[in-house]
Design a protein around this ligand. Structure first.
Ligand code: DP6
Length: 355
């Protein structure tokens, strides 16, 4: 039996991946930029065991659902093909963050799985090859492999579509305040949203604007220009939602468009825009869900948290604060102890307001 354990953070897209050129390989239509979130970690142990007749997957101490098992086993097949082995594996994965909090948990899950499974299979992939592999599990997972601030180059084929670090974790004292608002499970998943996107009349307009968006966000990030950064990141998130709201989802003919925002999401967005008018340097972004991620510099964090507390009274959100986090890492579990989660660089708070 050969075992390896790895950790990875989810990442937050600042310029977002929405729409795919190739759904089998997860080749995106456009490049994207993200930051790893130190406030949340997935830790995954993989053991290739000759006694197993099929892969076994446990997530957060419970057996994985059939769709998850199939997706993980397909990813293990990619690793087995690379390593030239046929042995089945036991996968034990744990998230230190709640499932419904609005993090792209498939990103940290497939980044940690890729690193742990390749090491357990006797492979030592470089960052490029690991990012390419993780991308095939879930597109955004390729961005959880490198450190800090990351750009996913869309590429034109399997090998050219990968993520690389734009700047290290300590480049900018940026904080992400994730405000997860209680809501019903979403109707349309990200994979279904990617498939639906090209039906929107605004999809091509978004792609046409994308090189400019990427340039503006990349430059503002590298120059630590928060004002330009915040506005560009907000417009980019709203552009994704404009496409989603005007998309036609195949599996849901009764749905006129995909509306991921909840009333509380819109209320908080309005509040953020007013706070900025009043001089508080803060910006928001949204993924394919109602969770609002606020961006600010470290110096404004306490003021932003106080503003969130007063704006969300009664809504009981969960709030998690992250710094820019490192890329996927190996965990030394040679003593067989439960794999620790990464706390070295994480400042992490999780508060259920009103408790
Ligand atoms: C809105 O990476 O979850 O979070 O490739 O189908 O696994 P799959 O999709 P996924 O899509 C992420 C969509 C997004 C934007 C982003 O993270 O860039």
């Amino acid at each position: 039996m050969v075992t390896a354990t790895a950790g990875a953070h989810p990442n937050l897209a600042l310029v977002k991946y929405w729409g795919r050129r190739d759904a089998d390989l997860n080749l995106p239509e456009n490049g994207s930029i993200s930051v790893n979130l130190s406030g949340a970690t997935t830790t995954t142990r993989v053991t290739f065991d000759g006694a197993l007749v099929q892969d076994a997957v446990t997530l957060n101490d419970a057996p994985a659902s059939t769709p998850t098992l199939v997706r993980v086993a397909s990813h293990l097949d990619r690793v087995r093909a690379l390593a030239g082995i046929a042995t089945r594996a036991r996968v034990v994965s744990h998230n230190d963050f709640p499932a419904d909090v609005g993090f792209a948990s498939s990103a940290s899950a497939f980044a940690a799985l890729s690193l742990a499974a390749t090491r357990a299979a006797g492979l030592d992939l470089d960052l490029h090859d690991l990012s390419v592999l993780a991308r095939k599990g879930s597109g955004s997972a390729c961005r959880s492999i490198p450190d800090g601030f990351v750009e996913w180059l869309p590429g034109w084929d399997d090998a050219s579509s990968y993520a690389r670090s734009l700047a290290p974790c300590d480049h900018w004292d940026l904080r992400v305040v994730t405000v997860a608002l209680p809501c019903e499970p979403k109707l349309i998943s990200s994979p279904a949203g990617h498939r639906a996107a090209p039906a929107s009349p605004f999809y091509l307009a978004r792609l046409k604007e994308m090189p400019h968006t990427l340039d503006v966000v990349r430059r503002a990030l590298l120059e630590r220009d928060f004002a330009s950064f915040g506005l560009a990141v907000e417009r980019e998130a709203l552009s994704l939602h404009a496409v989603a709201m005007t998309s036609q989802s195949e599996g849901a003919p009764w749905l006129s468009g995909i509306l991921y925002m909840e009333p509380e999401t819109v209320r908080l967005i309005h509040a953020v825009q007013l706070w900025r008018r009043e001089g508080l340097p803060v910006a928001f972004t949204l993924d394919a869900g109602p969770t609002v991620h606020l961006l600010c510099e470290g110096a404004s964090l306490e003021e932003v948290l106080a503003a969130v507390t007063s704006a969300t009274q009664g809504a009981a959100p969960q709030v998690i604060v992250s710094r820019p986090g490192r890329g996927a890492w190996l965990v030394d579990d040679s003593d067989g102890a439960e794999a620790p989660s990464d706390t070295s660089q994480a400042m992490w708070k999780c508060r259920a307001f009103g408790e």
